[in-house]
Write a protein that binds this ligand. Structure first.
Ligand SMILES: [Zn+2]
Length: 345
């Protein structure tokens, strides 16, 4: 039997329907001691996170337990109870990245059961940078806005949108992992695959024996997750993301277990869609380089096509547009864009 890999196909239509209705599907037993436990996101637009639990003789191991709070702790406890297990048995919490809808509950679980928290060393650095007070220093952002060439009368709205506090709390992991490491969770062996881009140290986890790939927010079946969220200026998150999409080629035939929406097959098609989505804008920027040269980010951004129209962008959306423009321009400038643009031509 061969799976269709030319398109994204939900593993469980019920999961997809629940997501589309803005609801959480019930926990599901995926077999061989693996469970999918949907947990809620109380803020923002996404209904929830798909947490996963590996149940074995040596304990319960959770992947991306989700947003912090007693409601989600109860959800996980109830799902474990259905499998004859308890929260006291949680021995490991592995996170794909540091965002609050993935890492959030980890510290509470550790306090409850003494579980070890596992994170990539690169992601620990990314988290440390995000919780550093310097990351929310308005003076540093003021300098960035100036460097982007934003006209004086548009600066105030950008600075106002910047004042939102970080939702991410600092968490000191117990175990740091790196690309190629293998986590032994009971009888299951999960290989760490470094996939920076969405965050600086995002990882996917590959179960080669069961042909399963846990993708966090790196690859979602329909949503284009943000690039370089929490990454410091100077890094090149977009180039990293495109490389990280290619890194998953060995797993194209695997079943994908993402952090949101629904489990699916068709990884290759999805990887290519995501790359093409970003490269459309890169190509747009590349086409302007001859004319605009070293012009500011602002000058580039106003020449690009935006869904809301350039004049429809304000506040946080204007910030996001400028940041995206900066990332695409950096990718073109570094010469790294060429390899993907020519391949796609
Ligand atoms: Zn997420």
């Amino acid at each position: 039997m061969s799976s269709r890999t030319d398109e994204v196909v939900p593993v469980d239509e019920g999961e997809r329907r629940a997501w589309d209705a803005g609801e959480l599907p019930p926990p599901s037993d995926l077999g061989d001691g693996l469970w999918c436990i949907p947990v809620a996101i109380p803020e923002g637009t996404l209904p929830g996170t798909l947490a996963y639990a590996v149940l074995d003789d040596d304990g319960v191991h959770l992947i991306d337990p989700g947003w912090d709070g007693t409601a989600n702790l109860t959800r996980i406890a109830e799902a474990l109870a259905a499998a004859g297990r308890t929260l006291d048995e949680v021995a490991t919490v592995v996170v794909t990245h540091h965002h609050p809808d993935h890492l959030g509950l980890a510290a509470r679980l550790r306090a409850h059961s003494g579980a070890r928290i596992v994170m990539s060393a690169d992601e620990r650095r990314a988290l440390a940078a995000v919780v550093d007070p310097a990351a929310t220093d308005p003076e540093a952002y003021r300098a960035t806005v100036e460097q982007w060439g934003v006209p004086h009368d548009r600066r105030a709205e950008l600075l106002a949108s910047f004042t939102r506090p970080s939702l991410t709390g600092d968490v000191q992991p117990d175990v740091l992992v790196a690309d190629g490491d293998v986590l032994e969770l009971g009888a299951r062996r999960l290989e760490v695959v470094a996939t920076p881009g969405h965050t600086g140290g995002h990882v996917c986890l590959a179960d080669r024996a069961a042909r399963l790939l846990f993708t966090g927010d790196h690859v979602l079946p329909r949503i284009y997750s943000g690039v370089g969220i929490g990454v410091q200026p100077g890094d090149e998150p977009l180039g990293d993301l495109l490389s990280s999409l290619e890194r998953l080629a060995p797993f194209d035939e695997y079943t994908v277990l993402p952090g949101h929406e629904f489990r699916f097959t068709g990884l290759r098609a999805r990887r290519e869609r995501i790359a093409a989505h970003h490269l459309r804008r890169t190509a747009e920027v590349a086409a302007l380089v001859e004319e605009l040269g070293d012009a500011t980010v602002w000058e580039y951004a106003r020449r690009l096509t935006w869904t809301a129209g350039w004049h429809g962008l304000d506040g946080f959306w204007l910030h996001s547009a400028l940041r995206q423009t900066e990332m695409h321009r950096e990718l073109v400038r570094s010469g790294r864009a060429q390899q993907w643009l020519t391949r796609d031509a």
